[in-house]
Write a protein that binds this ligand. Structure first.
Ligand code: HEC
Length: 151
């Protein structure tokens, strides 16, 4: 039992240490973005080629004559809204976390994302506005605590 506690404490210390290392996202904040501009950029950068936004179906109704490539859903009801950090990472480093479904090279473990890389064409202002727009599309589902019968 004591050994287990020591191991556990060690593990927690290691995890906590990682969290605050030079690569930690601690202290990362973006200025507030403008979601309205973000929606325009979302269309201009053709994010709509691959992303269907819940409640914003008009963004890709085909009126521009361009066929969507795929339909990766963004937005909607969720129990946990992605943080700015997570959204920014998804955009500037899409291969950071790639789902099996959307790998360019499914045969390669941890392969590259099919998502385009925008890092040399998107300004930081555009990124901030896009993130504000995407984050606004999520609706938080209130957390319902489980109720346990009283014995
Ligand atoms: C060529 C297709 C394609 C384009 C264009 C594209 N994406 Fe993606 N995006 C994907 C795929 C596929 C994923 C799923 C993650 C993965 O497996 O790579 C994804 C994931 C994401 C995620 C994370 C979603 C989640 O639930 O974790 C965000 C946010 C996102 N994209 C935003 C954007 C934005 C903003 C743009 C435009 C600037 C864009 N994407 C353009 C294909 C695309």
């Amino acid at each position: 039992m004591i050994i287990r506690t020591i191991l556990l404490t060690g593990a927690i210390m290691v995890l906590a240490a990682c969290d605050m290392g030079p690569k930690s996202s601690y202290g990362f904040t973006l200025p507030d973005g403008n979601a309205e501009y973000g929606e325009q950029y979302f269309v201009e950068f053709r994010c709509i080629d691959c992303h269907a936004v819940a409640g914003k179906e008009y963004l890709r109704d085909g009126s521009d004559g361009i066929e969507p490539i795929m339909e990766v859903a963004l937005g909607g009801t969720t129990t946990k809204i992605a943080t700015y950090g997570q959204l920014v990472t998804s955009i500037i480093n899409p291969s950071h976390k790639v789902s099996d479904e959307y790998r360019v090279t499914p045969e390669i473990e941890g392969g590259q994302s099919m998502m385009r890389n925008y890092n040399t064409i998107m300004t930081v202002d555009e990124l901030i506005d896009i993130v504000a727009f995407v984050q606004d599309q999520y609706v938080l589902r209130p957390y319902t605590p489980s109720s346990y019968p009283v014995y």
